[in-house]
Ligand binder design. Structure first.
Ligand SMILES: *Cc1c(COP(=O)(O)O)cnc(C)c1O
Length: 427
């Protein structure tokens, strides 16, 4: 379906039934698959033939949905994972092991920061964090001889900075390594990072892709554009024989478009097993079918809310890349001309206490740690996720005490604005 527009891909890519087959993607609720001879199954275990044998590695329902996301991003291969955390872990660990180093943008999701700076560090992978608006010299200085990848988020959660994808891709390629972009907040409806030089894209499908707060999940997509064999010394896992599969070399046997995802499936999913349930993949696909319609509405609501807040006397600042006043407006206009995302953050005059009272006054917007849902939800980190921190520590962590993160759902923007207005009125 690669010639169709993104709207058509959201609805139809990944599954084309033949005569008499189910119109909707079937949920193949089976852990295992039957073969007539041990010989036939042995071929699968040797990666000599493709097919299903155990759902920890691959399942047809999950593969249809992965194929849809692959097509939406314009990639060569994709896999679903049980969560966004698993997607980012696999995406990096597939090419960076003990003794290796990765350059990451510092404006990233807290869970990813912890994965990189604490857990993967314990596994021997070192990270250098650079600000999204660092100078070219600062970016250059972050690389080491053992650097294996560069990582960033299209729109960062929760700080809402916009990654200059072309600039980061150029720096990564100058050092012979790929750029991995977490495209969760923009989704392929608003931005396709491969068109700007990114090599691998990841998603927490838990957010807009599912969009209904129904299923946790993740996805990794390979562009097929990174030439692993041209940098074989950096990527021995892809470019030298794998003894656990009779000495096949992924980059040779599966080519530039297939090597990375085949290795992630055959080694990482085999050994770590963060596999999604077929039922969850089915639910994810229902979300994907309306993603293009929903993203437009999320963005429209967020822009209306941001404009209202910007003009309100009790609001000290508003952060939304869709606003002309945002320092990221130019980058957003380049990479996401159709809209950014539905999340807006802002500060309330009066600081931590005023923000806390504002939250308690809201009637329609629910207090949740979740974002990117059909129902509007919001979070005041200083009184919830970051409540143990002092005002000074909050500023250092990039979440000042007055910050409210507001994830605009699909309701009427008039009702959302009226809810915010009455909540501000009463503080
Ligand atoms: C939520 C999120 C993740 C983690 O995904 P889970 O599905 O919660 O595991 C990763 N990256 C970004 C940008 C996110 O918003």
């Amino acid at each position: 379906m690669s010639d169709y527009s993104i709207e058509t891909k959201c609805v139809q890519s990944g599954y084309t039934p033949e005569n008499g087959q189910p119109r909707q993607i079937p949920i193949i609720q089976s852990t295992t698959f039957k073969y007539a001879t041990g010989e036939a199954m042995g071929q699968l275990f040797d990666l000599e033939a493709s097919g299903y044998f155990y759902s920890r590695l691959q399942n047809p329902t999950c593969d249809h949905v992965a194929a849809k996301i692959c097509d939406m991003e314009g990639g060569s291969a994709a896999m679903l994972t049980a969560s966004g955390q698993a997607a980012n872990f696999y995406a990096v660990f597939n090419i960076a092991n003990c003794g290796d180093h990765v350059v990451s943008c510092s404006a990233i999701y807290g869970g990813t920061y912890n994965l990189f700076a604490v857990t993967m560090k314990k596994m021997g992978v070192d990270f250098t964090f650079v600000a999204p608006d660092c100078t070219d010299e600062e970016l250059e200085a972050a690389f080491r001889p053992n650097t294996k990848a560069v990582f960033g988020e299209t729109i960062s959660n929760p700080s809402l900075t916009v990654l200059d994808i072309e600039r980061f891709a150029k720096a990564a390629h100058a050092h012979g390594v790929p750029l991995i972009v977490d495209n969760t907040f923009a989704t392929p409806v608003n931005c396709r990072p491969f068109e700007w030089g990114a090599d691998i894209v990841t998603h927490s499908t838990t957010k807009y892709m599912d969009g209904h707060g129904a299923a946790v999940g993740g996805c990794i997509v390979d562009s097929g554009k990174f030439d692993w064999l041209a940098h074989a010394d950096k990527f021995p896992g892809l470019c030298t024989p794998d003894d656990s599969y009779h000495g096949i070399t992924y980059a040779e046997k599966f080519g530039q478009g297939g090597a990375y995802i085949t290795k992630a499936t055959a080694q990482l999913m085999r050994d770590f097993g963060s596999t999604p349930a077929p039922q969850s993949a089915f639910l994810l696909n229902l979300g994907l079918e309306s993603l293009h319609v929903r993203m437009a509405r999320h963005c429209e609501n967020a822009l209306a809310v941001a404009r209202f807040l910007e003009g309100h006397e009790k609001i000290s600042w508003v952060n939304y890349a869709g606003l002309e006043s945002s320092p990221y407006h130019k980058l957003a206009a380049k990479y996401m001309p159709g809209g950014t995302c539905g999340v807006v953050s802002f500060g309330i005059k009066g600081g931590r206490d005023a923000a806390s009272r504002f939250m308690a006054n809201l009637k329609l917007a629910a207090i949740e740690t979740h974002v990117a849902d059909a129902r509007t939800c919001c979070l005041h980190p200083a009184s919830t996720t970051h409540r143990q921190m002092s005002d000074r520590e909050l500023i250092a962590a990039g979440v000042p005490g007055d910050l409210v993160r507001f994830s605009c759902g699909l309701e009427s923007s008039d009702d959302l604005i009226a809810d915010i207005a009455q909540a501000l009125e009463r503080i």
